[in-house]
Design a protein around this ligand. Structure first.
Ligand SMILES: Cc1cc2nc3c(=O)[nH]c(=O)nc-3n(C[C@H](O)[C@H](O)[C@H](O)COP(=O)(O)OP(=O)(O)OC[C@H]3O[C@@H](n4cnc5c(N)ncnc54)[C@H](O)[C@@H]3O)c2cc1C
Length: 354
């Protein structure tokens, strides 16, 4: 076993990082404030492994373009189901068709696998598509997963690899010295490590300050997802989604590997970083965003909500490091998609430091 490493936060980023380090022989201890893994944003998300995350020049977009391949590897190693699919960005009318063609050309030039899909091909993937929809720009190589499956598989695997997972252990403070870095979890005294990875979602900012790094200004956005009776095989979103803004993204119709189909998310600002509450009205409002894409109104079968932490300074992930620590802040969407690549970058950084 080589260097002792602490990972703070058992969301998807912390879990995959702990897994990547542990399988490469690092002695990993994982600290989680909650009594379970994934109870932050990670269990309560839409499960889309994105390929495209506009605008393409952002760091998170560049990560996204390559991360899906690592999910295939992860799914083989951890044995969780994954649905290989595509995203149809649907349009109606000749003006939108022109925009669609330009977008398809631009995406192709940027190296994405895209095609133009006509209405009858679309109906094979999603039979209840509205009569107004004439076609779509289709972006390939998308995947979807049930986030809970991955979290559970990762926890099992970490236990098998001998990773110590301490639940109900919020890290209060970290302190870096020349030869080690000390972590203060729960009410215990300090424990020394060679490296510390902070992936604590809303809790990362104050630990960044302990290390002399900058606390990023973040906000919290609750997303509501709706379960439906739809039977779509591919992701469907509007090329011009009425609810899309930089903060809300716009959402989509999303099939999961277990055959269930979701719609959402729709986002609203909240003060509580762990807000998972929603009302029947929230479900209906979310469903309403997709009415224009569908010929019939879907039956709402339930839903869930989750809150993501967003970097309000710039719409991108923030990563800072000291000699012995890496701190992730503002790991907003597509944080789930990019987690295996972030974990690989951490591993490469730690190896280089060794
Ligand atoms: C509704 C919704 C839909 C989304 N859909 C998608 C999608 O389709 N695709 C996609 O790629 N992304 C999606 N996202 C974004 C994605 O869920 C997040 O980017 C990702 O889960 C962030 O993971 P994380 O590990 O950084 O944070 P989290 O999952 O929040 O984990 C952080 C963990 O740290 C713990 N913690 C906090 N403070 C401390 C402390 N002091 N000590 C110890 N532990 C601490 C918390 O309890 C938590 O468990 C969505 C998000 C939402 C809310």
């Amino acid at each position: 076993m080589s260097k002792k490493t602490a990972v703070i936060g058992a969301g998807i980023v912390g879990l995959v990082t702990a897994y990547t380090l542990a399988k490469n022989d690092y002695a990993v201890t994982l600290y989680e404030a909650n009594n379970n893994a994934g109870e932050g944003a990670s269990t309560h998300n839409a499960g889309v492994i994105h390929v495209l995350q506009p605008p393409p020049w952002k760091w998170k977009s560049r990560l996204t373009k390559n991360a899906y391949k690592l999910y295939d590897e992860l799914s083989r190693e951890l044995d969780f189901p994954i649905l290989e699919t595509r995203t149809h960005l649907v349009y109606g009318g000749s003006w939108e068709k022109m925009i669609a063609v330009s977008i398809a050309v631009a995406l192709k030039m940027l190296g994405y696998k895209v095609s133009l899909t006509n209405r009858s091909q679309l109906k094979e993937d999603c039979p209840v598509i509205s009569r107004q929809i004439e076609g779509a720009v289709t972006v390939w190589n998308y995947r979807t997963v049930n986030p809970s499956n991955i979290i559970a598989s990762l926890v099992d695997k970490l236990e098998n690899l001998g990773v110590e997972i301490h639940y109900n252990s919020p890290v209060r403070r970290v302190e870096e010295k020349t030869n080690h870095i000390t972590v203060y979890p729960g009410s215990s005294g300090g424990l020394d490590y060679e490296y510390v990875i902070v992936a604590a979602g809303p809790g990362s900012g104050s630990l960044a300050q302990d290390l002399g790094l900058r606390k990023v200004k973040t906000g919290y956005f609750k997303g509501v997802m709706v379960w439906t009776d739809l039977s779509c095989k591919a992701i469907v979103a509007g090329l011009r989604q009425p609810s899309r803004t930089e903060k809300t993204k716009g959402g989509a119709i999303i099939p999961w590997p277990d055959g269930r189909v979701l719609m959402g998310p729709s986002f609203q600002e909240t003060n509580n970083p762990y807000d998972t509450s929603f009302t029947d009205e929230d479900l209906e409002n979310t469903a309403n965003n997709y009415k224009w894409i569908l010929r019939e109104e879907p039956v709402i079968k339930g839903g869930f909500a989750g809150t993501r932490t967003k970097n309000l300074e710039k719409d991108d992930f923030d990563v800072q490091h000291t000699r012995r620590a890496i701190v992730f802040q503002g790991i907003d969407s597509p944080g789930f998609s990019t987690a295996p690549l972030l974990a690989r970058l951490v591993y490469e950084w730690v190896m280089k430091n060794d």
